[in-house]
Write a protein that binds this ligand. Structure first.
Ligand SMILES: [Zn+2]
Length: 233
C-alpha cells in the first residue's frame, strides 16, 4: 500500500502517528510524510527564514529513519488558509503520492493550522479524484479513506481504531527527537515536556486497548470512503 500522512507542522506527525508510520514502513509499505506549514514560527531566537530551513532538514532526517519520503511545505506557519490555491497545491501532493489511505489532523484539534490542514485534506482528497479538476498532475481516481489522528493530549477525541506501536515506540521517539530545534521551544511555550507527552499519550491509548503503547485514530465515515479492507497495520 501507499500511505500519505499530512500534518500541519514538521513534528506533528511524529507526535501523533509516527509509530503507525514506522510499522507500515516495516511491513514494506511506501510512506509519505507531508507537512503543509514550514515551521517558520516555531521558536523565538531564530529568524523565520532560517528556522524554516532548519526544520525542513529535521523533517527530512525524521523521514529517513523509516525510509519515508518527506513532502511540503506549501505555506508559512499561521499562513495556511482554506483557499483555492492551497487546495490545488495539496491536490498535487495527493496526486503525486497516489495514496491508498490518508492520515491527517482531527478537525477539532487545538490550533488553526491543524484545523485548516484537516479541512484542506478533506477537500483536496476529493478534488484529486476528479479528472476534470485540472492541476499539474493527472487525477488519482479512487476516493481514499481518511483516518484522523488523535488531538493533542487526546482532548475531545473519541477513537474508532487503535494501532499497537509497542515495538515502534523507540523509533517514534527517535523520529520526534530529529526535530532538535523544537524540544526547548515547546517546553517554554506550551509548558509541556514533549517527550513526556509522547510517553503519556502512548501509554493512555495503550491502556484503552490492552497494549503497552498505542496510537489512536478516528475513521472518517462518509459515503465513498468506507471499505471492507483492513487498512491499519
Ligand atoms: Zn502543529
Amino acid at each position: 500500500m501507499r500511505i500519505l500522512a499530512v500534518g500541519a507542522h514538521p513534528d506533528d506527525l511524529e507526535l501523533l502517528c509516527a509509530g503507525t508510520m514506522a510499522k507500515y514502513a516495516d511491513q514494506g509499505h511506501k510512506v509519505f510524510l507531508a507537512h503543509l506549514c514550514s515551521g517558520n514560527m516555531g521558536g523565538k531566537d531564530i529568524e523565520p527564514e532560517k528556522l524554516a530551513q532548519i526544520r525542513d532538514k529535521e523533517a527530512q532526517k525524521s523521514a529517513r529513519i523509516i525510509g519515508a519520503q518527506a513532502l511540503g511545505p506549501v505555506a508559512g506557519d499561521l499562513d495556511l488558509y482554506p483557499t483555492k490555491e492551497m487546495r490545488i497545491k495539496l491536490t498535487d501532493i495527493i496526486r503525486d503520492a497516489k495514496p491508498d489511505v490518508i492520515f491527517t489532523h482531527s478537525p477539532n484539534d487545538y490550533m488553526p493550522d491543524h484545523v485548516i490542514t484537516s479541512q484542506l485534506v478533506f477537500a483536496a482528497s476529493f478534488a484529486s479524484t476528479v479528472p476534470l479538476y485540472k492541476t499539474d498532475q493527472p487525477a488519482h481516481e479512487p476516493i481514499v479513506p481518511i483516518f484522523y489522528m488523535d488531538t493533542l493530549a487526546g482532548l475531545g477525541f473519541e477513537p474508532t481504531d487503535y494501532v499497537d506501536i509497542t515495538d515502534f515506540f523507540e523509533t517514534k521517539k527517535r523520529m520526534f527527537l530529529a526535530h532538535e530545534s523544537q524540544y526547548k521551544w515547546i517546553e517554554g511555550h506550551h509548558q509541556a515536556d514533549a517527550l513526556e507527552m509522547l510517553e503519556t499519550a502512548g501509554r493512555f491509548r495503550g491502556l484503552q486497548c490492552g497494549v503497552k503503547y498505542a496510537e489512536a485514530f478516528r475513521r472518517l465515515s462518509v459515503w465513498g470512503r468506507i471499505t471492507t479492507e483492513k487498512l491499519l497495520p
